[in-house]
Design a protein around this ligand. Structure first.
Ligand SMILES: NC(=O)c1ccc[n+]([C@@H]2O[C@H](COP(=O)([O-])OP(=O)(O)OC[C@H]3O[C@@H](n4cnc5c(N)ncnc54)[C@H](OP(=O)(O)O)[C@@H]3O)[C@@H](O)[C@H]2O)c1
Length: 287
């Protein structure tokens, strides 16, 4: 297929590299000031054009700009008549709906979204990690779904279908699974540093690796350890008193996560019933 990538940043460029390897032709890329250098490095001999120029020669236009400008970039291309030869316009956002591509739909172009469920901090990391990742595909009809699934597979991904109106929820889950794990890790690192642990991140790494390995092996309910699932009110109280003293900003997140851990433990019947009341009492006091 002849593809144009409008917004050849981390995701756009890495998908272009992978699609090229799968035999597709990248007829043009577009972006801002940093795009020409990135394209020269990862997509040598692919023309760097403006959005309208890149889209004009393509069968499929992929918009991988920041979410906030997907709609205006799509409008710009539709108004300029740049989508006349394109059968489909795709965006790569996890949270945006297909309404962001309304300008393309209004000129008769099929619209879909193809979202790699992967963290892409750099082009290099994304080229390595997108193969094997799951891809959320959203479309208006079977032909759209089949195109999205084909492109996901051609990038080495494992596609699944998701309804347009469920995308924000789907994306919120991804934020918990990735971004907030990073955020909670940063907090843990800081607390260990305050406690005097040398090389806090290095000390936490084996614990985190084993935790994630367990979650993936036996599922979250079985993998959960710690004071909430043990019904250990004394440890919870000690933790919270220490946080109030050394890192008061961590009290609220600790209580919120302890509430969730307790609920998870209860759903799997693992909290000793005789200890449940004492745990709840501590959490209520600090909520
Ligand atoms: N990063 C991730 O982990 C990840 C994972 C899955 C999906 N996504 C989604 O993928 C999409 C792209 O994200 P990204 O992380 O790849 O972003 P990014 O690295 O910031 O790249 C954005 C690209 O869009 C260009 N751009 C910015 N403003 C533009 C405009 N007004 N008109 C045309 N091009 C413009 C940028 O150009 P310059 O660089 O030259 O300024 C760059 O080429 C987003 O929808 C995002 O939600 C991201």
């Amino acid at each position: 297929m002849d593809l144009a990538i409008v917004g050849a940043g981390r995701v756009g460029t890495s998908l272009a590299v992978l699609w090229r390897r799968a035999g597709h032709r990248i007829v043009g890329v577009a972006g801002g000031a940093a795009t020409p250098e990135r394209a020269a490095r990862f997509l040598p001999d692919v023309p760097v054009l403006d959005a309208v120029g890149a889209a004009t020669a393509a069968e499929v236009v992929v918009i991988a700009t920041p979410d906030a400008v997907i709609e205006s970039v799509c409008e710009e291309m539709a108004k300029a008549g740049a989508l006349e030869t394109a059968g489909s316009v795709i965006h790569a956002s996890g949270a945006a709906g297909l309404d962001a591509l309304e300008a393309a739909a209004s000129v008769g172009v099929s619209t879909l979204s193809v979202h790699p469920l992967q963290t892409c901090p750099t082009v290099e990391a994304a080229v390595e990690r997108i193969p094997g990742a799951s891809f959320a595909v959203t479309a208006n009809d079977d032909a759209g779904y089949e195109l999205g699934e084909r492109l996901a597979r051609d990038a080495g991904g494992r596609p699944f279908r998701i309804a347009d109106e469920r995308k924000p929820l789907y994306h919120a889950a991804a934020v918990f699974a990735s971004n907030y794990v990073v955020t909670v890790t940063a907090l843990a690192e800081e607390l260990e540093r305050t406690a005097g642990v040398p090389d806090p991140l290095g000390a936490l790494t084996p614990l985190q690796e084993a935790t994630l390995a367990n979650v993936h092996r036996v599922g979250p309910a079985e993998a959960l350890t710690g004071p909430a699932v043990r019904g250990d009110a004394v440890t919870l109280r000690r933790n919270l008193e220490a946080l109030a003293l050394h890192a008061p900003e961590a009290v609220r997140p600790y209580v919120a996560l302890a509430d969730l851990a307790l609920a998870l433990a209860e759903r799997s019947g693992r909290v000793p019933p005789e200890d449940r009341g004492a745990v709840e009492e501590v959490l209520v006091r600090w909520r």
